[in-house]
Design a binder for this molecule. Structure first.
Ligand code: ADP
Length: 169
């Protein structure tokens, strides 16, 4: 059985991520989308919220499961019964980061394979951080994220009063 892990922060999941999952789900028998704790990032949404949004957004993909983890990705992948990691790739800036990560992974665990899936052109500009920025300043993000995510973003910035365009002076 061909099984893969798609790890990420997904803070929050965007239509670009879902597009990669959908395409991967047509190529592999089972996809495990794993929200991971990235110590370099300070997330907007809790692990539970990110998992919940992913579950809603991928409910129609039958061979996909959502999970979360903290720790070494290679160890997690092995526990899931696979040595294949799928990552999405957008621009050159992604390449540098992904290249380093994939090579580091090979160094600590040579049997792990990282497979890159090229973004679809219509999502090549789309990132979780871009969506968060739009949400914070009251921009229109509805067409960029699954419906459940848009709803939560509205609630999030209302609760935090983030979209006030205060003067910087
Ligand atoms: P991370 O913190 O690991 O970078 P992200 O949630 O930002 O997690 O991204 C998870 C994966 O999805 C990464 O491989 C990233 O390059 C990819 N990705 C993010 N946005 C897109 C997009 N619009 N199209 C294709 N891949 C994407």
């Amino acid at each position: 059985m061909r099984k893969v892990v798609c790890p990420g922060s997904f803070d929050p999941v965007t239509n670009g991520h879902v597009d990669v999952f959908r395409r991967a789900s047509a190529m592999y028998d089972e996809i495990v989308v794993a929200v991971f704790h990235n110590p370099a990032k300070n997330p907007w949404f809790s692990m539970e919220e990110r998992v919940e949004m992913l579950k809603e957004a991928t409910a129609d993909i039958p061979n996909l499961r959502v999970d979360c983890f903290s720790g070494l990705l290679n160890e997690y992948a092995r526990k899931q019964g696979t040595n294949v990691i799928v990552r999405g790739l957008r621009a050159l800036t992604d390449f540098e980061y992904e290249f380093q990560r994939a090579l580091l992974m090979k160094r600590i665990d040579p049997d792990i394979e990282t497979v890159f899936m090229m973004t679809s052109a219509e999502y090549s500009f789309l990132s979780s951080s871009g969506v968060r920025e739009l949400a914070a300043f009251g921009g229109n993000f509805e067409s960029l994220v699954p419906a459940g995510v848009a709803k939560r973003l509205h609630e999030y910035y209302k609760a935090k009063n983030l979209n006030k365009q205060n003067s910087c002076l």
